[in-house]
Design a protein. Structure first.
Ligand code: BES
Ligand code: ZN
Ligand code: ZN
Length: 490
């Protein structure tokens, strides 16, 4: 999607469609200045609630051929989050009419955060997961060009549009990757996608293959992979800043299970098809790298994506198998469906030993996180309150909802095994916390935050602002976290 910033006043904009924001709290307005036109509000057809739209053809006094009123609710409650959603609603309303070129007029008071939210909303709203459909939705006509008309152009607004465009496109890139089915996107195919992305963006890419990982002793990762005919990989993608602000080195670690059958502890078939999204963490860290390559923050960032397919093949690991992690602790695999923590254990230790100073992982790790938080929030777990606070701050600015959960030392007892150092499951209660406590054992004491994104990586139904399917969470938070890296941290 292409964007241009202009200062053309409302009547001068001659686009096929022109969108304006309408507020329910403003008095009716005859000249489309934010309030709902009187006839419309009298008719009750359009009340400017969020997600509501109305389309007027050949609006009087305007050059635009159509005017789209986008409801934004009460002006006092208008936040970047509402703006982002409205952007999505505008894109989808236009695409439903096969309109490919449009303008959005913004009145006074639009700042960089608002404009960024709008552009991200337009881009993510325009995404359709229809790669494999022969007949595309709306004849495949996507919104291509958008004029953003503002009262005055500033360098801050220009930068906001650029940042948002890059971030929104990275989020959609992640969504497309997550939507690839397990037969197409094997671990090696995912590595190839990462490699070509890195090449395109000027990032370094290294793929650790099975023999290499065997040599290094990534036994818990290899244990998960051994039930599949598809070999595992560890994808490593590096960004090095021209002028680093500090010696800090951020690691983004993403779970890349390209399909999770559960292994021998096999999952019920109902809904199993969705387990193609069990690589959403890997896709998100790679998507974040794609954006960071273009946005060039002053901090070194490396993505690590351990990728496997969890299958119950003839060589599959058995419940009760005991495996030694790269870090050295032994694990009793009581449930082969708790595979994410096994592959992440080795990857997190590798990231820490590679010299990364700050770790974040994103993983569709437990169904229990959706029991705890529903589908609005991802869960955050950390061994370092200050580091977690930085991530939560970045997520809030990026408009991604993340809620911190407890990590008291007593939870560690859930993971006791009679025969090994640790069990890979912690029993019925607090399932997301015991999973996080398991990961904590492998981060070598580095500041670390684990994001359990199983609750938010997949949208169950179409929304007026976004298509059903992969969401691309938490690409925006990860990008914002790195972009905000001004000061060397103590
Ligand atoms: N990939 C799943 C978690 C998941 C569940 C992601 C639902 C998305 C939607 C993970 O590997 C898993 O199977 N976890 C088990 C852990 C249990 C065996 C301790 C779970 O959540 O049931
Ligand atoms: Zn599983
Ligand atoms: Zn899984």
């Amino acid at each position: 999607m292409e964007f241009t910033l202009t200062t053309r006043p409302l009547p001068e904009i001659d686009a096929p469609a022109l969108a304006i924001l309408a507020f329910s709290s403003l008095p009716p307005s005859p000249d489309f200045a934010g309030g709902v036109p009187k006839e419309m509000s009298d008719s009750g057809e359009f009340t400017a609630k969020p997600n509501e739209t109305a389309l007027i053809h050949l609006p009087q006094g305007l050059k635009a051929r159509r005017l789209l009123l986008a409801g934004c609710g009460e002006q006092e409650k208008f936040t970047p989050a509402v703006m982002r959603q409205t952007g999505g609603v505008i894109a989808r309303a236009l695409q439903a009419r096969s309109i490919q070129q449009a303008a959005v007029r913004l009145e006074d008071g639009v700042d960089a955060a608002m404009l960024r939210a709008l552009v991200e909303g337009l881009i993510t709203g325009g995404f359709e997961p229809d790669l494999y459909k022969t007949e595309k939705k709306n004849g495949g006509k996507l919104l291509e060009r958008v004029e953003l008309s503002v009262p005055a152009i500033t360098p801050e607004l220009e930068a906001a549009v650029e940042t948002a465009r890059i971030t929104g496109e990275a989020q959609n890139w992640t969504r497309a990757l997550v939507n690839e089915p397990g037969n197409v996107l094997t671990p090696r195919a995912l590595a190839e996608r990462a490699r070509s992305m890195a090449e395109e963006c000027g990032l370094a890419c290294e793929i650790l293959d099975e023999p290499r990982m065997r040599q290094l002793g990534f036994n818990t990762l290899l244990g998960v992979a051994q039930g599949s005919a598809e070999p595992p990989v560890l994808i490593v993608v590096r960004y090095t800043p021209a002028q680093p602000a500090s010696q800090d080195h951020l690691a983004l670690v993403g779970k890349g299970v390209t399909f999770d059958t559960g292994g021998i502890s096999i999952k019920p078939s109902d809904g199993m098809e969705k387990m193609k999204y069990d690589m959403a963490g890997a896709a998100a860290v790679l998507g974040a790298m794609r954006a960071l390559a273009r946005l060039r923050p002053p901090v070194a960032v490396t993505a690590f994506a351990p990728c496997v397919e969890n299958m119950p093949g003839p060589k599959a690991q058995r419940p009760g198998d005991i495996v030694k992690t790269f870090q050295g602790k032994t694990v009793e695999v009581l449930n082969t469906d708790a595979e994410g923590r096994l592959i992440l254990a080795d990857a997190l230790t590798w990231a820490a030993r590679e010299g990364c100073t700050h770790l974040v992982d994103a993983a569709t790790l437990t169904g229990a996180i959706a029991v705890a938080l529903g589908n609005l929030y991802a869960g955050a777990f950390s061994n370092d309150a200050a580091w977690q606070q930085r991530l939560l701050g970045a997520a809030a600015r990026a408009g991604e909802r993340i809620w911190p959960l407890p990590m008291d030392a007593e939870y560690r007892e859930l993971l006791k095994s009679p025969f090994a150092d640790l069990a890979n499951i912690g029993g019925r209660w607090g399932g997301s916390i015991s999973a996080a406590k398991f990961l904590e054992e492998f981060v070598e004491g580095k500041p670390w935050v684990h994001l359990d994104i199983a609750s938010v990586a997949w949208l169950e139904e179409n929304k007026p602002w976004m298509a059903k399917g992969p969401t691309g969470f938490p690409v925006r938070a990860l990008v914002e976290l790195a972009l905000d890296w001004q000061q060397p941290s103590a």
